[in-house]
Design a protein around this ligand. Structure first.
Ligand code: NAP
Length: 276
């Protein structure tokens, strides 16, 4: 397994598991539990969730699937922006901890920016850290100017920015990825297979076919090609988890990368950070 380094030097797996849309359907529950467990056994121990996902149902599923191996996990959850205030963040965190059946989060993120001033969220996150309820905190869906503002507001201890980044969403390469690199903050790349849309993309299938890998594997290997990226695909079956795990061992050659650049060029001009 490849690892990424947090600003304090802690290493986390560069390939984790997302959980959006999990825990919401009874007929998929057994397969989702098996998938999460298989991923952890393969070393994909970073688990990403949020209070938003299924209104807490994804967190509850994680507790059921992985409660017994909690100490092996790096658990990430996220708070709604309206809960990211001095008054409300502690209660939101407690509710996530309760659903996850644990006494601490390894990383707690502001899900996206809302009307609470960033400085107030920083204070509330630091208070949770002091209380031992979270080990690190970070943000999600913040563009470069927001990150600058966060640091000026006292948020220099931010551990990561979780953003939409994949072959078809290369906008962050203009200035956000360089900014995060400079501040030694790894990027968490969400929707790394574009919610499944990249898997059916003919241009990607072409490149993947020539390499002898699947489209999902090439999309993930591409995201992991540079240091400081943590990709968090969501897979609801053991077969998809195994396939995705194999991508972490896959190194794309310069020719492969050139073919992918041709098929999925980086946008010419800077554009605002996209989100899903
Ligand atoms: P994603 O991981 O890009 O795609 C998930 C979809 O791809 C599912 O339909 C899954 O199907 C399919 N898939 C996965 N592996 C596959 C494979 N090897 N072959 C074929 N299909 C495959 O999209 P995502 O769930 O939006 O993003 C991943 C995670 O990032 C989320 O679950 C969530 O934890 C996080 N996220 C965060 C934000 C944010 O605002 N911070 C936004 C979006 C997502 P199966 O389920 O059938 O395996």
């Amino acid at each position: 397994m490849k690892f990424a380094t947090l600003p304090d030097g802690e290493k986390v797996p560069a390939l984790g598991q997302g959980t959006w849309m999990m825990g919401e359907r009874r007929d998929r529950r057994a397969a989702e539990i098996a998938a999460l467990r298989a991923g952890v056994e393969l070393g994909m121990t970073l688990i990403d969730t949020a209070e938003m996902y299924g209104d807490g149902a994804a967190e509850t599923l994680i507790a059921e699937a992985l409660g017994e191996v909690r100490d092996q996990l790096f658990l990430v959850s996220k708070a709604y922006p309206q809960n990211a205030s001095r008054k409300r963040l502690a209660a939101a965190c407690d509710a996530s901890l309760r659903r996850l059946g644990t006494d601490r989060l390894d990383l707690y993120l502001l899900h996206w920016r809302g009307s609470v001033p960033l400085g107030e969220t920083v204070e509330a996150m630091e208070a949770l850290k002091q209380a031992g309820k979270i080990r690190h905190w970070g943000v999600s869906n913040l563009d470069t100017a927001d990150m600058e503002e966060l640091v000026l507001a006292g948020g220099g201890a931010c551990a990561t920015d979780q953003i939409l980044y994949n072959l078809s969403r290369r906008g962050p390469e203009h200035d956000l990825l360089p900014w995060l690199d400079k501040h030694e903050m790894p990027v968490m790349a969400y929707s790394p297979v574009e919610q499944g849309r990249l898997v059916t993309d003919p241009a990607l299938a072409n490149v993947a076919g020539s390499i002898g890998a699947t489209s999902a594997q090439v999309a993930l290997a591409w995201a992991l090609r540079r240091d400081g990226i943590i990709a968090i695909p969501k897979a609801g079956t053991v077969a998809h988890v195994r396939e995705n795990h194999a991508a972490a061992e896959f190194v794309l050659s310069d020719d492969d990368l050139a073919a992918l650049d041709a098929a999925f060029p980086r946008p010419r001009d800077r554009r605002p950070l996209e989100m899903l």
